[in-house]
Design a protein around this ligand. Structure first.
Ligand SMILES: [Zn+2]
Ligand SMILES: [Zn+2]
Length: 68
C-alpha cells in the first residue's frame, strides 16, 4: 500500500501526511480543497531560491499559484 505522490521529479511525497518527509521547508500547506499542497525545489539552485520550484496539491492536483 503506497500513498506516495509525485511532485516534479520527487516521487516520495506522502498523500495526506502533514509531516511529509520530502517536502520543502514549511510544506505541506493546506489547500482550499481540503488536501495538502506539497512542494519540491531544485537541489542545486544557483540563485538559492527561497521558494519551492514546484507545488502540487495531493487532492486536487493544482499548484499553489492556481489556487489563489
Ligand atoms: Zn510532500
Ligand atoms: Zn487542493
Amino acid at each position: 500500500m503506497s500513498r506516495s505522490f509525485t511532485v516534479g521529479e520527487e516521487t516520495t511525497h506522502l498523500i495526506g501526511d502533514r509531516a511529509c518527509p520530502d517536502c520543502w521547508e514549511g510544506y505541506p500547506a493546506p489547500c482550499s480543497c481540503g488536501g495538502l499542497v506539497h512542494a519540491a525545489g531544485e537541489e542545486e539552485d544557483p540563485q538559492g531560491a527561497e521558494e519551492p520550484a514546484i507545488t502540487r496539491c495531493d487532492r486536487c492536483g493544482r499548484a499553489e499559484d492556481e489556487i489563489e
